[in-house]
Design a protein around this ligand. Structure first.
Ligand SMILES: [Zn+2]
Length: 133
């Protein structure tokens, strides 16, 4: 049996469907589990990783992501992309106190992305924005 990786468009669509019906999911593992369950209805060979699901969720503007950390961590400052030397832009989300939290960096020129998961454990909550009217 071959493993099947969903396309980004496919993953986005399923993340939207999951979050619009659940409204709030409290961790990236839980979100990945719900998304995978839906994908497997179509094809049981689908595989996904929680980190990829979170990255796709970051690109959906109807989705708000909140990050929770136990302590503030200082990130090593990266000035340019280690691969193509283009400009790096921060990936930020709001925490539970509505303050911006840096969760990583992404390159404006190539697909390079650096994640804070490498440095610290983070807990994410995913909210469907239309839910908080
Ligand atoms: Zn780059």
């Amino acid at each position: 049996m071959d493993k099947k990786i969903p396309s980004k468009a496919k993953l986005k669509e399923v993340v939207k469907r999951v979050l619009s019906s659940h409204l709030k999911v409290n961790s990236q593992e839980e979100l990945a589990r719900l998304v995978l369950a839906r994908l497997k209805r179509e094809d049981k060979n689908y595989v996904i990783s929680p980190v990829r699901v979170k990255r796709v969720a970051l690109e959906i503007h109807e989705v708000e992501i909140k990050a929770k950390t136990k302590k503030a961590v200082r990130l090593q400052k990266i000035d340019d992309c280690p691969i193509c030397h283009s400009e790096i832009e921060p990936l930020e989300v709001k925490n539970l106190a509505d303050k911006k939290v840096l969760i990583g960096y992404q390159c404006t020129g190539c697909a390079y992305q650096s994640d804070l998961e490498a440095f610290m454990p983070m807990k994410y909550a995913f909210l469907w924005k239309e839910a908080k009217i």
